[in-house]
Structures are given as C-alpha cells and as structure tokens.
Design a protein around this ligand. Structure first.
Ligand code: ATP
Length: 366
C-alpha cells in the first residue's frame, strides 16, 4: 500500500486541552502500519494563556501554519474569562471564519460501558451537522429607542443564503452515505440494518423566507443522484427537540442552520452522558480541525483524570473528513471496545482510570 504523510497542527489551548491533545497525538502515532499512514506534527499556540502572554488569542503564525502547511489539526479547549476582557475574542470562532470551516460536525454515540449507566434505554448513534457561518451568528444587532417613546427595541439579523444551505446539506448527504458504508463493515446486525437518513431541521412554518430558503435548498441539494440511497425527511425544530429526546435512536444525520444546530447538538451530547465523550470536527473545503466538544474544565485541570475519548473520537472524525474512513473506523472500534469492556474508564464515567491508562488501553485495541 502506498504510504501517505499528513501534517497535523496541534493546538492544545488551555486547561485540560493540554492533557487531551497529547493523547490524540499518541493515537495517531500508534495507528497500525498496515493503514499506510505517517504523521508529522507542528505545535501551535492559541487560547487565553496565549492572550495573557502575547496580547492575542490567535497568533498570525498559527493561522498561517494551518493554512500553508497542515492537512488537519486538533484543537483542545480555551478558557473563557468570567468577565469581559478587552481585546479577547474566542480563537476557535475566529479560526472557523479565517479558514472557511463552514460545517461543524458532531457525532453522538451511546456509551456501552459496565461502569456507566446510559441515560437512554436505546443506543444512540447520530450526527448533527450544524451550519457554521451565518444565521443569527452574523451578529448584526442594533438597539434603538422605541418610536412609541417607551423603552428600547433590539433587533438581530438572521441571514440564510442558498449557497451556505446547499453546501451544508451536501456535506450532510455525504456523511450519511459514508456512515452507511462504515456500518456495512460493522460487526453487529443491528448496526448493519440501520438505513441512511438525513433529517432537515427548520422552522419554515413561521420563518417562511429564511428557514423556507434553508429547507428548499437543502431538499434540492439532497435530491442529487449521489444521495439516492439516503432517505430524506423534515422536522420542524420544536418537534425535532421532542422526538430527539423521545426516540434518539431513530436519527442518523440531522442538518440544521447555525442556531438550531447549536442547541440540538448540546442536547444530544447530554443524551450520551458525558461531555468527555463527544467529539466534533470543523470542516470546510480544505483543512479539517478536530475538536472535543468540552471546554477547558478548570475543576479537573492538572489531575490527570480528563477523559481523552472526546479528543480521540475527534481524531477519528478528522480522519473521516480527510478521506480516511478505514483509519477512522479503527479508532472508533478501539474506543467502543475500551468502553464496552470497562476496565479502564475515567472518573466522569464512574471509573477510576487516569487519562494515560485510558489512552494506553485504547492503543492496545487499535
Ligand atoms: P470552560 O469555561 O472552558 O467552558 P467549563 O468548566 O465551564 O469550562 P467544560 O470544560 O465543558 O466547561 O466542563 C463542564 C463539566 O464537565 C466540568 O465539571 C468538567 O470537569 C467536566 N468535563 C468536561 N470535559 C471533561 C473531560 N474530558 N473529562 C472529564 N470531565 C470533563
């Protein structure tokens, strides 16, 4: 097999980011040689500590190195100051903009571990695909005096374009097809039987123009011949929340505009039980950045007990989007096996294992 070398930027950021990103690096270094993959790494700065030391949370060098040198990257977490600090803005939000990472992809999968009682009776295995660039997040707000003379009025722009809606629905369709292929190579009959489904989420019954455009464009994108094996359905966002909590096992890929995607993905993370398990990837036309969904967790920083699985799964999602589904599958299965066997799970899941013990157990299973 021809070998492929990938350059990966490592951006640990703050807090437990510095404990889980080295774990992600170790997993990449330990992948079986039969996959024909090699990795080179570059350490990059970002975060609140970087801001305190240099006056910027996202140095130009970090952005340039990612743009010019890297195929992928792993981003840990950043601390958020409790009060507003002049000049500080979130580096990951800035990175998404600067690198045109238009999709935030968040897989949520139930943990089958003897150490941990799953919050839901049926296993969940779904992905939320959240549009990353527009909707209310264009942050065009204004406040002005109410012409009636009583108080003020505040307004925000909700911007939806057919271009962004089309590309996010297209990526959702591609993810559904890829997941179906990965399931076909799965061991359990239950997994094999699950059909590819994309659920388009919107509120076009009220917002007929903005969400109406999202809905019709997403439908058009998903009607391409390459998605003929994928079932398409729609859910109004409020009933989507209801059904997501009532029957989460039904869903496969959920695609949503920015705000609904944000809300749904945190809700889905709660359904699988620990932030320490939930990965994400920021995806565009070029580089892919894997990022655990959790924050910097200052309460457990430095104790060596952070669950590395959100990051390890983020490594796998990054590889999926670098068109390496086989390598991604090797990681997903090793993590699932670690959890199912349950000897080395971290305290957030009811176990006693240190971060390093979880990592070593997963490496043994790769
Ligand atoms: P930040 O301000 O960076 O968002 P936070 O503490 O408000 O930090 P999270 O870092 O997401 O938010 O943590 C929320 C809770 O989940 C904390 O109690 C934290 O210890 C726990 N937690 C988050 N990530 C992990 C992890 N990887 N392993 C174990 N526990 C975690």
């Amino acid at each position: 097999m021809a070998s492929r070398t990938l350059r990966i930027g490592l951006i640990p950021g703050d807090g437990i980011g510095r404990e889980v990103i080295p774990a992600g690096k170790k997993i990449l270094e330990s992948l079986p040689s039969s996959l024909g993959l090699k990795f080179s790494f570059v350490d990059l700065d970002a975060g609140y500590e970087t801001f305190k030391q240099t006056g910027t949370a996202l140095p130009d060098k970090t952005v340039e190195t990612l743009q010019k040198e890297c195929d992928g990257a792993l981003f840990g977490a950043v601390s958020s100051p409790t009060t507003k600090v002049a000049g500080y803005t979130s580096p990951i939000v800035a990175l998404r903009k600067k690198l045109s990472l238009f999709a935030n992809v968040r897989p949520c999968k139930t943990t089958l571990s003897p150490a941990f009682a799953s919050p839901t009776p049926h296993p969940i295995d779904l992905v939320i695909v959240r549009e990353n660039t527009e909707d209310l997040y264009v942050k065009e707000e204004k406040t002005y005096a109410d012409p009636s003379g009583e108080g003020q009025i505040a307004e925000a722009i909700k911007r939806i374009s057919s271009k962004a809606s089309w590309r996010i629905a297209n990526i959702a369709g591609e993810i559904a097809v890829r997941r179906q292929k990965m399931r076909e190579s799965a061991a359990s009959a239950e997994e094999k039987d699950k059909k590819a489904l994309v659920t388009i989420t919107h509120k076009s019954n009220v917002l007929s123009q903005t969400d109406g455009l999202f809905r019709s464009t997403a439908r058009e994108a998903l009607s391409q011949a390459k998605f003929s094996s994928v079932a398409i359905e729609e859910q109004i966002v409020d009933s989507m929340v209801y059904k997501l909590f009532l029957q989460p096992q039904y869903y496969d890929v959920i695609v949503a505009p920015n705000l609904y995607g944000d809300l749904l993905s945190d809700g889905a993370a709660a359904l699988v039980g620990s932030l320490g398990l939930v990965p994400s990837a920021n995806v565009g036309d070029g580089i892919v950045i894997g990022e655990p969904c959790h924050g910097s967790a200052p309460d457990i920083e430095g104790k060596g007990i952070a669950n590395p699985i959100a990051t390890i799964r983020s490594v796998a999602v990054m590889l999926e989007f670098l068109d390496l589904p086989e390598a991604a599958n090797v990681i997903y299965r090793a993590v699932d096996a670690n959890l199912a066997e349950g000897s080395f799970v971290s305290p957030d899941l009811g176990g006693t294992a240190k971060t390093s013990q979880v990592v070593n157990d997963i490496i043994k299973r790769l």
